[in-house]
Design a protein around this ligand. Structure first.
Ligand SMILES: N[C@@H](CCC(=O)N[C@@H](CS)C(=O)NCC(=O)O)C(=O)O
Length: 211
């Protein structure tokens, strides 16, 4: 299998973590992808990925049968079908809904941050202050809920699921790549839970670069 990824993408990182946690990462060849939007014009970087995935986004997985699978959640679902390790998307109905809900909550925060970064790339006179306020509010509300709910999260050293992986990727992105942003505040409970999660081998091995 081949996984198109970038080392800074939290979505691609979720898939890489899931594969390591399930012990199947050696059957996945990592292919660095060129993606992004130019400063000032938001012109899309030309990417070979668009011939495989119309959105041109990472992660994109090519299976051994040459099928193209995209969206991190779908790829993780697909990988759960390989090997005997515990699934990352729990089989138990209640646990599955809980994990997918948490994953979705985090995805919305990451998505609002992505859109904020696009706004930041526009020339100042083309930025939309109300839209930026709305995006900031989405991120703050999401992080507030995560701090509130973190006392109920599973132990960071126990079994891991898609929700926990997502929270870990978001929090480490904020700590490492958005360290100077307004989102990098102290959140006592969430921070200490996340600090322990960051020690997992799968998290260490996929830690995003500084820039
Ligand atoms: N819903 C998708 C989101 C993937 C996504 O937005 N990836 C970003 C990188 S973090 C990307 O490829 N951006 C380039 C683009 O939008 O063209 C998933 O879960 O995989």
């Amino acid at each position: 299998m081949k996984l198109y990824y970038t080392d800074w993408s939290p979505y691609a990182r979720k898939v890489r973590i899931a594969a390591i946690e399930r012990g199947i990462h050696s059957s996945i060849e990592l292919v660095p992808a060129t993606i992004g939007f130019a400063e000032g014009t938001l012109k899309t970087t030309k990417s070979e990925l668009t011939t495989l995935n119309p959105s041109g986004r990472v992660p994109t997985l090519i299976t051994d049968e040459e099928n193209v699978i995209f969206d991190s959640t779908v790829i993780i679902h697909f990988l759960d079908g390989i090997g005997d390790a515990n699934p990352i998307i729990p089989s138990d109905y209640e646990k599955r809904i809980k994990a997918l809900r948490l994953n979705s909550l985090v995805d919305e925060v990451i998505d609002a941050m992505r859109h904020l970064s696009f706004e930041g790339r526009r020339p100042e006179e083309f930025r939309l202050p109300d839209y930026i306020d709305a995006l900031n509010a989405k991120v703050h509300r999401g992080l507030l809920i995560l701090e509130d709910e973190s006392s109920e999260f599973e132990s960071p050293s126990g079994d891991i699921d898609i929700g926990i992986i997502s929270v870990g990727c978001l929090m480490q992105s904020i700590k490492i790549r958005h360290a100077n942003s307004i989102f990098n505040r102290e959140r006592k409970n969430l921070d200490s839970w996340a600090d322990e999660l960051f020690l997992r081998e799968s998290m260490e091995k996929t830690k995003p670069p500084l820039t």
